[in-house]
Ligand binder design. Sequence first.
Ligand code: ASP
Length: 429
Amino acid sequence: HTAVAGIRRAMDEQGFVDVWTPAMTRGTPEGARDFLVPVRLQPGKFFALAQSPQLFKQLCMIGGVDRYYQIATCWRDEDLRADRQFEFRQLDLEMAFVEARDELDVMEVAVCAAFEAVGRRPPPRPFPHIPFDEAMAKYGSDKPDLRFGMEIQDATAITRGSEFGVFKNAPCVRYLAVPKAISRSEHQRLEELAKEWGAKGLAMLSQVSKFLSEAELSAFAVPEGSTGLFVADEEPVVAKVLGLLRLHLGRELDLIDHEKDVFNWVVDFPLFEQDEETKQWTFTHHPFTAPAPGVESWDESAPGDVRGQHYDLVWNGWELGSGSIRIHDVEVQQRVFRTMGLSDVEAQSKFGFLLDALAMGAPPHGGFAMGIERFVAQLAGEPDIRQIVAFPKVSSGSDPLTGAPTPMPDEVLRELGVKALPQEPSSRA
Ligand code: ASP
């Protein structure tokens, strides 16, 4: 209550207007599945519960409300985790005639106001920026925990000429210099973990040093008493495994300074990513994020190099939320849809209301959303948002208090034009 009151006060003082937007709408593409609501008056048709008010808030900007905010409830059908419930709230905001810096300033003010409201010293501003590529290379994560060092180091160049085939042939070789001696059995245990995370192996520098020249060996930053742990593989595997290992060892070796609060912005994300299976390009965050300033067109079949004006807010390794400068030019918006494989006809049928509004002239605008429960859990020092949510759901997706969800009688379903198919009970239910 106190944190949210602080946030509301900060938004009010910064001139934002609280606008209520519909929960029942058309699917909003935020990357999760929709919860559907059948409609008795139109049997067989469904609303989706808003995954976020994204398009409504953009329409507010086009409609002339220059500063919108809401503590908005959002619904996303995703597996439940420590930082995820089906329904959650976010501080959702949007501003017209702004650049990224303005938007990030507003968010920083709101975050600091919540700290002050609960009687804590706010983090220093401005929050530092870290480019996505650097976060992935040094921390193996797009939500790096910066409360401790032990950064991932690159050894791809050093190991190119190596006699050791695994190193020489791997597209990417990186390592952690762990500040302690690691025994054979500890190494085995860590290697098991690395394999669970997708690595083929986890090498210790001492094991492979005989394959490396003096010059190669001296190029490694592994001080006396420390242990070099390597992964050699495709770059995404190396980043993921060493990123998880860094966090694991950070906790196990007590390297994390729990007195510290580190907020940071992750910037310069790619605008598109490729689906591993279908090879179809799709949005990294949502399809309304603007490309980097000045970029208006790209090769629609190979957009991998395009960066987006997107920002993630991270606190001690927790992703609190994200936002972006939006596309306000209808042609750029159509180009994004085409890159995602939507024909102009499909785009018009799904998003015609947005395209029409953009075509009427939209101001440059941008906005942000920060998860309230994640933020409050972090403020309260709780590792799971269920600890600060009244009446949370458990990980099977049910509400243990009321017993929901429940089956519905046939006549209710009939009225809605819905048929329940018999299902294998889920093993997790
Ligand atoms: N709609 C986005 C989300 O819910 C946030 C934003 O871009 O403003 O994650």
